[in-house]
Design a protein. Structure first.
Length: 182
């Protein structure tokens, strides 16, 4: 589903019984993972605007095993269309992460191995991770946002949600209101 509350088909309103909140960022139809919802417009703007450089961590299952050269290209930035992506932190995950199965499952090709990489970005352009991995020859098969700043997806299942409070969940983190003000 798209990260919106109105439109055709299933939307967040079918699953989130909280009124007057909206997404701080977005996930496209083919991506999964952590999504923050807020009723605070300034907070939403500061999380979504690339000038604030809030880190977002993704795990991407890609075709074939990326070599050091491909990983370094992703780290230093790749040219996509008319822009070059910002530098990112990138690493090859040592094993497939323990996650619930994806529905529908990613395509499986018997003779094409896959690998998982972790990318930490400070910008969020449209389909950026997918476009970055494709640019270095490793198309993304599955994409999961596992963290926004210090907030992590760990321990949650697809469709689950929980409320967080600034004091309990964001103490000493990048989401401290004092740090968010430019």
């Amino acid at each position: 589903m798209l990260s919106q509350f109105s439109g055709t088909g299933a939307t967040l309103s079918n699953y989130i019984p909280v009124k007057d909140v909206y997404p701080a960022g977005r996930l496209d139809r083919d991506s999964e993972g952590l999504l923050l919802l807020t009723s605070d417009g300034q907070f939403q703007h500061q999380l979504s605007n690339p000038k604030f450089e809030h880190p977002r961590t993704y795990w991407a299952q890609v075709e074939r095993i990326p070599d050091e050269r491909a990983l370094r290209k992703l780290e230093t930035g790749v040219k996509i269309g008319d822009y070059k992506t910002r530098p990112a932190r990138v690493r090859l995950l040592p094993a497939e992460p323990d996650m619930p199965p994806r529905h529908p499952p990613v395509r499986y090709r018997k003779h094409v191995p896959t690998a998982w990489i972790e990318l930490v970005l400070t910008e969020g352009r449209n389909r950026q991770v997918r476009r970055m991995t494709a640019a270095v020859g490793h198309p993304t098969l599955r994409l999961v946002r596992v963290a926004i700043g210090e907030l992590r997806l760990e321990g949650m299942q697809p469709g689950e949600w929980r409320e967080f409070t600034p004091d309990a969940d964001t103490r000493d983190s990048m989401f401290d209101r004092k740090q968010l003000v430019p």
